[in-house]
Each structure stands twice: as structure tokens, then as C-alpha cells.
Design a protein around this ligand. Structure first.
Ligand code: SF4
Length: 434
């Protein structure tokens, strides 16, 4: 099976030659371009890069490292040359560097990873290499921040391309959440009820800036992953009358619904509107206030795709990620984190057809790993996580060769105060029990 990148390049070429007659489609023609084109556009627009402990919508502190322009030699290098340079630099660095590759990372990069996993598994994997001077995180910005929070202070966490953010994490910035919190406190007050439960607790998904994890740490709140969201919500309901859940509305809704919270008690908070677009009574009656955020990859999955998979492959097992919309999760056979999906496939003892609702790089890798099964992505359009896809092998070669030369580029550092509060929220999550 060709890599997602090869498929994108082929489709784009065919579209240029044959127009509408071309087979296959991608979700954006920009995917076929070099990610450095995006850097240049950013530089021209004067948009700041991601700041430490911040989403791209936050005001970046003055000391924020900026994305250096990728030197021309890496943009011009052939795939074979980049492969040779990455292999040589990795060998020269040996145990001094550890490379982490997210499940959603492209094959051309993930092949060099010492560990492959989800964001939290990778941050924990880095802890097994305390002697590594550099942790190269081939994922997105919030993942590198979490690795920085959990790693030793003298270890440099490097994000090969600083433009690799997460569009979902960017939907909740620190100022908007603080404003929301202020408005909620005005309505609910801060006094606990007769059972000692505070009016509201903030819960942030791992896919959020370090600043938001710190906000949760500071306000009695907690972090969750897609694997433990149910346990974390139960933890929160023991301590609070209601939860403010950000940034992913779908994970919040799907998890709360599974716990029996009625949909009418889950108002949505739109940060651009007064009271998030809600009446005061709706907020008073709420159990979970959902932030208006979503993942641009997972929101593409639809019930029509599931219907088609069931019609084309009778007996197909449909498994989707809980970042998918509620009706998709309802129509699937099961829903769970990337780890859940992986284990479900690994545990199938008979040849099975699986239709998967998650990112295409991961689905294709599973298909290659388990040839006894038929495994395909529900979305017929090739649509990788476009921000993670910005970690082109050219950036990996660059950061590794800079390390060999004794220079650290694209280091992600989370401010000490932000780190301390964020760690509190992460530790609460680790201690939360079902
Ligand atoms: S797949 Fe979605 S949630 Fe995950 S990093 Fe990409 S944009 Fe963010």
C-alpha cells in the first residue's frame, strides 16, 4: 500500500492532467504543496508562531521562539537524500536523542520514530529515556508541550515544524476560557452546595494548550484523554454540580451521554457570543457545558459513510473515534480512542472487515499491520491531520542535523508557572479512578 503522501501526490497530479475524470480526491489541494509554503505565508502575514504554553490565538510572549525558515537545501533535497541524511544524523546522535511519532504522523517521518503512540503514551515513553538530551516530537504543538511538562528540565523538546498546531486545540484560547469562567461564576457563584460540590469544574481534553491545562490545575479541574474521559467526568461530578468541558464538544457530548446526561442539559458555549449564546436558566440547568470546538478530521465522518460501508460489506465492524459527531458514534458498532481501535483490531481472531473512523495514516498502517483483515477508512476522501502533516521529512532532517552540530532549533518550553499548574491537572487525571 502506498503512503498517504504518495497517494496525495498521485491524486493531485492526476487532477491536473485529467480534471474531473481523476480517481480519488483529497480534502485540500494545499496538502500537495511543501509545508514551507505555509511558513512563508505566515511570515508575510506577520502572524506570530505558537508561544510557550499558548495556543496560536493567545498573545505570544516576547521571548517566543519563532519558526526559522527551513534552509533551502532541505526543501530542494530528494526523498532519498532526506532519508539518507535523517538516518545518518540519527545514528550520529545515538542515545542523545529520542524521536517520538504520533499515530497520525505520515509514514515518511514515523519510520524513524523510536516510539509510536498517542500523545499521552508518547509523553510517557519519553520518560523511559531520561538520559536523552533531546526529545523530537513528531506530532503537534500541544503534544510537545505535554512532553516538556513531563520531561526533565534539561531535556530539550523539539517540534520539527512550529506550524504543526492542532486546529481543535486552537479553538479554545486562554483569554476566551477565562472570560467564559468569569461569566459562569457571576451566574453560579462560587459556594459549594450541601453535598460540598462546587458549582462548576473545568475539564480540558489533552488536546489543548498548556495554558488551559494550567487553568484547570488552578481552578480545581483536571485533564482527560479520549481513553479516560468517562472516569474523569465521574471524578468531576463527584466534586461539582456541573462541568465546563473544552475544547472538543464531541468527546464531551459522547462521554456525558454515555453517562446518562440528557442532551438538553449540555448547552454549547460559543466564545463569540454573550453567555456563550445561552440563556441564564439553560446554564443553571446544565450538567455539562460544551465548548464550541471540534477536530476537523473527525468531524468529516458521517452516518451516510457508515450506511455505505454496511451496504458494501455486510457484517462490517464499524469503529470510530469519540471525537466524531454523536450521530456517527451512535451508528457505529463501537467507539474509542486510538488505543481502543488498535486493540479491537489486534484482538479479532477471525478475518474481519473493519471500517474505521479516524485519521487515514493510522488506518492505513493498521491495514498493513493486519493483512488478515480488511481495514479501510470510512472517509473516501484522503484527509490526513493537515497540521501534523506539516512535519515534512525536511524539517526532521534539519532539526536532527542542527543537533549533531550542537544547536537546538524549535525547542518548546512551557513557562514554569504554567508547568506547575498544568502538572497538577495532569496528576489529578493520573490519580482519578473509575
Ligand atoms: S487529528 Fe484533530 S485533534 Fe488530532 S491533532 Fe489533528 S486536528 Fe488536532
Amino acid at each position: 500500500m502506498s503512503s498517504v503522501n504518495t497517494a496525495i501526490q498521485l491524486i493531485t497530479r492526476e487532477q491536473a492532467e485529467k480534471g474531473a475524470a481523476a480517481k480519488g480526491s483529497t480534502c485540500s489541494p494545499a496538502l500537495a504543496k511543501g509545508p514551507w509554503d505555509y511558513d512563508l505565508a505566515e511570515a508575510l502575514a506577520g502572524i506570530p508562531a505558537y508561544g510557550p504554553g499558548a495556543s496560536s490565538a493567545d498573545v505570544a510572549p516576547a521571548a517566543t521562539p519563532r519558526q526559522g525558515q527551513l534552509p533551502e537545501e532541505y526543501k530542494l533535497a530528494s526523498d532519498a537524500e532526506l532519508a539518507e541524511r535523517i538516518t545518518a544524523a540519527k545514528a550520529a546522535l545515538g542515545d542523545r536523542a529520542v524521536i517520538l511519532g504520533h499515530f497520525y504522523q505520515r509514514d515518511e517521518v514515523v519510520q524513524y520514530a523510536d516510539f509510536v503512540g498517542d500523545s499521552f503514551q508518547l509523553a510517557n515513553a519519553a520518560l523511559t529515556r531520561p538520559d536523552a538530551e533531546a526529545i523530537i516530537f513528531c506530532g503537534v504543538h500541544f503534544m510537545a508541550e505535554t512532553a516538556d511538562i513531563l520531561s526533565k528540565p534539561d531535556q530539550a523538546v523539539i517540534l520539527p515544524n512550529l506550524a504543526a498546531g492542532c486546529s481543535m486545540a486552537d479553538m479554545a484560547d486562554a483569554d476566551s476560557v477565562a472570560e467564559c469562567w468569569e461569566q459562569l461564576e457571576e451566574i453560579f457563584g462560587t459556594e459549594p452546595d450541601a453535598d460540598g460540590r462546587v458549582p462548576v469544574i473545568p475539564v480540558t481534553y489533552m488536546n489543548s494548550s498548556a495554558a488551559l491545562k494550567a487553568f484547570c490545575g488552578e481552578h480545581g479541574g483536571i485533564v482527560c484523554t479520549s481513553s479516560n474521559a468517562k472516569t474523569v467526568l465521574e471524578w468531576a461530578f463527584q466534586r461539582a454540580q456541573r462541568v465546563l468541558f473544552f475544547p472538543d464538544q464531541h468527546l464531551g457530548r459522547n462521554t456525558a451521554k454515555a453517562l446518562g446526561v440528557p442532551l438538553e442539559q449540555m448547552p454549547m458555549w460559543n466564545p463569540r457570543k454573550e453567555l456563550g449564546g445561552n440563556g441564564e436558566q439553560a446554564l443553571l440547568d446544565s450538567r455539562v457545558i460544551l465548548w464550541h470546538g471540534f477536530c476537523s478530521v473527525h468531524k468529516r465522518f458521517t452516518t451516510a459513510q457508515i450506511d455505505k460501508a454496511r451496504a458494501d460489506y455486510p457484517g462490517v465492524q464499524v469503529i470510530v473515534h469519540p471525537e466524531c459527531p454523536m450521530e456517527v458514534v451512535n451508528a457505529a458498532d463501537s467507539a474509542g480512542s486510538t488505543d481502543f481501535i488498535k486493540k479491537a483490531i489486534a484482538g479479532a481472531t477471525e478475518p474481519t472487515t473493519f471500517a474505521i473512523g479516524t485519521e487515514i495514516n493510522m488506518v492505513n498502517r493498521l491495514a498493513a499491520e493486519y493483512p488478515q483483515h480488511t481495514i479501510f477508512c470510512l472517509d473516501p476522501v484522503i484527509c490526513p491531520c493537515s497540521t501534523m502533516y506539516r512535519i515534512h521529512p525536511g524539517y526532521l532532517a534539519w532539526v536532527l542535523e542542527e543537533l549533531v552540530a550542537g544547536r537546538v532549533v524549535n525547542r518548546i518550553t512551557v513557562d514554569d508557572a504554567v508547568q506547575a499548574n498544568a502538572r497538577t491537572a495532569l496528576e489529578r487525571m493520573l490519580a482519578a479512578r473509575p
